[in-house]
Design a protein around this ligand. Structure first.
Ligand code: NIG
Ligand code: FE
Length: 404
């Protein structure tokens, strides 16, 4: 006897089949046992099975729980002042060079108590969960020394405890250069510290599932990123990269060379970069919230990604500077409106392809036997509405098969 049977629903399993990219099953039922999906199919196919609890869903649509695969959720302070500066014409680079940007959040994060950090992050986490997020990635990157980066990764883990959400942490020590290490030997020493001290310490403590870096003219050079990636590889951690956000640094090719899980942003990606990603199986994570908040004009080359067979994920990029976004439906809508994704691509972008970007496609991202029973129930008429409404919330969520 199973724990639970969901009936009277329509399911977008997101397990694509020929002619059925969303893996839709009408008149469906989902069997759940031990927190996992054990069977999904037509109600009639599941008719012989019994469950302790049968839940009729009134004809609603069921999708996998949403996966937000790129966030910087844990930080101190806000950067609402930069919003005004930008409206007055300052660019991301202007603000960063004037000591604002990531550096100001690093200072505010250091000044925040553990309680303040956790409370504020929990509040943002809850907002995303209300929108249907059941798996979320959280990066460090506002610490920039070993103890502070580990503090952020610990805080990211802590806020998930007892909550119906799966948290995946990423070390992003190569996010910005500390103010006293912007050039020369101090700069070199910082990169060395990431490679020789931070990555081994974080790997040993099991505090992160991957290592990320920001490859950009205002951040780390490709050669520096490569040192970070080599250390990640030596310590058994997969890599990801903030690549080609503001300029083309050939970061995507570097990411592909290291078989990165993902390359993220990609507004300035070229055809060679897209081809390299396709060949390496590196997922493209597009971040329309940052594009929107920075009022960027250059869009990521979606058609090049499609042509190269690169899986496309989308994410909130929730962070205080460039993407103060707390709503997954807004992300899906913006991915369609601003970047030209189809609604189907947007849904895949926050489910199966986001799971791939986290190396978790065996666990979440589709509704299939063996995977976690993390599900969202939506009162909509067709799945495409998920890329249409702004701020729609699921009527019900299941995490590991439990109402949440
Ligand atoms: O993904 N591009 C760099 N990192 C973040 C911004 C973080 C910040 O500005 O605080 C991003 O957009
Ligand atoms: Fe980011």
């Amino acid at each position: 006897m199973w724990d639970r049977l969901l009936t009277d629903c329509r399911v977008a399993t997101m397990a694509a089949a020929p002619g059925n990219p969303l893996g839709i099953v009408e008149n469906a039922a989902i069997g759940i046992d031990g927190g996992r999906v054990v069977r999904v199919g037509k109600r009639t196919e599941l008719a012989g099975f019994r469950a302790k609890e049968v839940t009729a869903l009134g004809g609603s649509w069921v999708t996998p729980g949403l996966v937000d695969c790129h966030t910087h959720l844990v930080f101190g302070g806000t950067r609402s002042g930069e919003h005004a500066m930008r409206r007055a014409g300052a660019s991301y680079e202007d603000i960063a060079r004037a000591g604002g940007g990531i550096a100001s959040t690093v200072a505010a994060t250091k000044a925040a108590s553990a309680d303040e950090l956790e409370q504020s992050a929990r509040c943002r986490l809850h907002a995303l969960m209300r929108g249907g997020v059941t798996t979320i990635e959280i990066k460090s990157g506002y610490g920039l020394d070993t103890a502070s980066e580990m503090r952020l990764l610990n805080a990211a883990r802590t806020i998930g405890r007892g909550e119906p959400v799966r948290i995946v942490t990423t070390l992003l020590a190569a996010h910005a250069l500390p103010p006293d290490a912007k050039e020369g030997p101090a700069r070199d020493a910082y990169v060395k510290m990431i490679a020789e001290e931070m990555i081994p310490a974080v790997a040993k403590a099991g505090l992160a599932s991957s290592v990320d870096a920001f490859c950009e003219s205002i951040a780390f050079t490709p050669a520096e990123v490569e040192r970070v990636f080599a250390a990640a590889r030596a310590n058994g951690l997969p890599v990801r990269l903030h690549a080609e956000q503001l300029s083309n640094q050939k970061g995507a090719e570097l990411a592909a060379k290291y078989k990165a899980l993902s390359a993220d942003h990609l507004e300035h990606l070229d055809a060679a970069g897209a081809r390299a990603m396709g060949a390496a199986g590196t997922v493209a994570v597009l971040l329309p919230g940052a594009f929107y908040a920075l009022n960027e004009k250059k869009k990521p080359p979606v058609q090049l990604l499609r042509d190269a067979g690169v899986p496309i994920a989308i994410a909130s990029d929730c962070n205080p500077g460039t993407s103060p976004v707390l709503n997954p439906q807004l992300v899906m809508n913006m991915a369609c409106t601003l970047f030209g994704l189809t609604p189907e691509e947007a849904i895949a972008g926050m489910t199966i392809n986001a799971a791939r970007a986290l190396g978790l496609a065996h666990e979440v991202g589709t509704i299939e036997a063996g995977k976690a029973a993390d599900l969202c129930v939506w009162r909509i008429n067709e799945p495409a509405e998920l890329g249409y409404w702004v701020g729609l919330m699921p009527e019900r969520r299941f995490f590991g098969g439990m109402d949440s």
